[in-house]
Design a protein around this ligand. Structure first.
Ligand code: SAH
Length: 386
């Protein structure tokens, strides 16, 4: 079997439970792209087994700890465990995440379910090489009508893998109707963002529904996730997204659900917030769910000023007693940093705010406790007091 020896620092990292070992901690490697390798410490101590990448900065992704290799059916076993966990959650939705990479002990593998179809992403050499086995196991376990590989994320380039979208099993249409709670959506798994929907926000939409009322502003709406979930409790809904395609989807989804009071605008949220302030608009409920402003450590400062600006403007537009549901999906911005920036926004806006709920990604996207990077989504529900 292929083998890799790692430095003391790499051993410490593995011992802390973090499943990634970087190239700088690899001392010797006798392995090929995507191999399952035995990992040893510098004095020969067996650490465990891992998937090897010869291109990425993340050279090893741990699969098992201790001297024994994972059993021959480990992929199928882990897929079955991941699926059983999602079944046990009894989610009120037909679209949700079945496999969330490291948190399901299947590093860099994503599997999302959209009704009868599955969408898969293999984001490292080791996982990519095992796609035939993964596909066969998923077909046997879930019996889907089709499996699509959305292998177009840019991170595949870091692994020396090509970006491609292809059918792995059966057939997959370019429109799938799914339901989340009482709302149905049309999803395009071939071209939609991520694998089609922002599934990680489902439980935050449910939580926001507990507070939503009056006039709603949904900023960074994509295909209307929050706007449509909250529409039944609001008298008017303004959904804003910069993408014309997304706005067309919001309108279609609003019609599909017979929500006549949903207006969708293709606008930059930064500009729209300024314009709404100028015209004296007011809202009882505001949602802000921007894309990750901090894609890396270097952009954190700029990201924080972006978060501050939109939250400050939103707090000004909110009526006293109203709710702001504000999110960050930048893993480089910690929960503490996010709370701090929103506090600063409240202070600058001269408003008093209470923190009603601190939330994260949904339970189908669990955080691996030793991997801070997997705690990426923060969602604060705030109430404006005065
Ligand atoms: N709230 C959505 C997910 C939002 S994803 C849901 O629950 O499903 C972030 C969205 O922000 C994307 O649709 C993207 O098109 C949009 N976006 C990015 N920059 C923007 C900007 N400056 N103004 C408005 N929308 C923007």
């Amino acid at each position: 079997m292929s083998s890799v020896t790692i430095s003391h620092r790499g051993e410490d990292r593995a011992r802390s439970g973090h499943p990634w070992i970087y190239r700088s901690d690899v001392e010797t490697a006798d392995a090929a792209a995507g191999d399952l390798v035995q990992v040893r410490g510098s004095r020969g101590r067996p650490i465990g087994h891992a998937l090897f990448s010869d291109e990425s900065e993340i050279t090893l992704r741990m699969i098992a700890y201790g001297p024994h290799p994972p059993g021959p059916s480990f992929i199928e076993d882990r897929l079955a465990a991941a699926i059983a966990f999602r079944t046990s959650l009894a989610l009120d939705a037909t679209a949700y995440r079945l496999v969330h990479g490291e948190a399901d002990r299947l590093p860099s593998l994503i599997v999302d379910r959209y009704g009868e179809y599955l969408v898969v992403q293999a984001l490292s050499q080791g996982t990519d090489r095992r796609l035939p086995e993964i596909t066969a196991a998923l077909a046997a376990l879930v019996r889907p009508a089709g499996i699509l590989a959305r292998n177009d994320p840019r991170v595949r380039l870091l692994e020396g893998l090509e970006q491609k979208v292809e059918i792995l099993h059966g057939e997959v249409p370019d429109r799938i109707e799914v339901r989340e709670g009482a709302v149905s959506y049309d999803v395009d798994p071939w071209r939609g963002q991520k694998t089609g929907l922002f599934l990680d926000q489902r439980e935050n939409r449910e939580a926001a529904l507990r507070y939503a009322r009056g006039r709603l502003l949904d900023g960074f709406s994509y295909n209307g996730g929050f706007a449509l979930a909250l529409a039944p409790k609001c008298e008017s809904v303004l959904a804003v997204d910069i993408s014309e395609d997304a706005v067309a989807r919001i309108r279609e989804n609003a019609t599909r659900n017979s929500f006549g009071h949903v207006e969708a605008r293709a606008m930059n949220v930064f500009d729209e917030l300024r314009e709404l302030e100028r015209t004296g608009a007011k809202f009882e409920t505001i949602v802000l769910d921007p894309p990750a402003f901090a894609k890396n450590k270097a952009s954190v400062r700029k990201a924080l000023s972006g978060y501050k600006e939109i939250n400050l403007r939103a707090l000004k537009l909110l009526e006293p007693g109203g709710f702001l549901v504000t999110c960050s999906c930048s893993y480089n911005v910690s929960e503490d940093m996010f709370v701090e920036v929103v506090s600063a926004a409240a202070a600058d806006a001269g408003v008093e705010v209470s923190l009603v709920e601190k939330r994260s990604q949904g339970r189908d996207h669990p955080i691996l406790i030793n991997v801070p990077e997997t705690y990426y989504l923060k969602c604060l529900i705030l109430r404006k007091l005065a």
